[in-house]
Design a binder for this molecule. Sequence first.
Ligand code: PHE
Length: 454
Amino acid sequence: MTEHHRPLFGSRIGAILAAVGSAVGLGNIWKFPYEAGQNGGSAFLLVYLACVLFLGVPVMLAEFFMGRHTRQGAVGAYRRLGIGSPWGYAGYLGVLGAFLILGYYSVVAGWTAEYLCQSASELMCGTQEFKSPERFAAEFDAFITSPVRPILWTVLVLGLSFAAISFGVKHGIELSAKIMMPMLFFLMIILCVRAMTLPGAAEGLRFFLLPDFSKFGSRTVLSAMGQAFFSLSIGMGCMVTYASYFERSTNMQATACSVAAIDTLVAFMAGLVIFPAVFSFGIAPEHGPTLVFVTLPNVFQQMPLGAVWSTAFFLLLVIAAITSLISLYEVATAYLTDEFHWGRLPAAAAVGGGILFFAVFCSLSCGVLNDFKILGLTIFDALDSLTNRVLMPLGGVLVCLFVGWRIDRRILKAELTNKGSVPFHFFRCYAFFLRYVAPIAITLILLDQLNLFR
Ligand code: PHE
């Protein structure tokens, strides 16, 4: 597709918000705070910041380079830049990975929508019966194992993502990010204030932030690197695809830094919401879905005006999940529009149908298909593990090696400095990181994720 025919984001802020929408997701809210609490509080935070700065930002910039330079999505970018070499195949990893993540991410996004609906109806009816912690757990279990309801919610969130994608880059992806991201920040700030003013909030802040070096070890560093990677949406072609819609004048260095800074801030704020709230009611924090769907509803019901806070929280989650879904959805859609010149609407419909197919099995694997195992894991867990543990780090290593070793440095520098109009003071340092430091560090994450260090 030539420069003239490529749809583009309409504004600098729109481009940043779209990329932030991809990065800020469920990972920031249920994964980051817990990892930080478990791995030594602010000691983890410092390592995480270093990983974002020295690993995340360089890889994101490399993805931006690939996308904007070629004006292609993941597959086309590798093919164009790696002409005559097997590198062309690396882009398929991104499309495959995005598709597989979508399979389970859309199911979880559906769960958040169900909980939003429940909280909102409690808020409107003004009724809230008191439930025991076991009852919350049992209700969550009954919901995710039921064969129909979670699938209907998945269809709904996929339908919303489909709508955003089919309205196009500017009027769909960009506009939805411009509406939803400010809402997300607003909700986050309100929830932060509420949580930190609860009696006993300090105990939670202590768990989240006090450096505890006894919990700190090499595993901490590896967890921080893995988390930074997932949280910044790198390694799956999302940032390549979004950058293919950047204007030539977009300052990509500033964009990568802004996206990383905002993503980290949101993750940090999620910790400021969750721990003070949980500790204030003397409840032990849990990991993953249980934290969000069992522990927190229990916390909310004990707060005055609980339905208000729980509606705000689940709205925040739905927004975070949908904007990330849209970016993954776009990776696969762009593949069909770029490579096969499909129209956006049929491409989005075909991708949506494909995702739904995976998502249905994923959802059923929490219930009726629970006994069907792949390498001892349910379909849901298998997709989660395969994408998080293998495909994302692998995708990241490939980006670094490809851009670091295969691309002429002058071309790389010209693109990242907008032909010299934006200074890049540490370019040599950057190139060194991309060639050596980042691939080695990410390979360590990969080996760690595959449990080779245990
Ligand atoms: N970054 C998103 C999150 O934090 C997840 C994601 C991963 C989105 C990879 C797109 C690509 O939840």
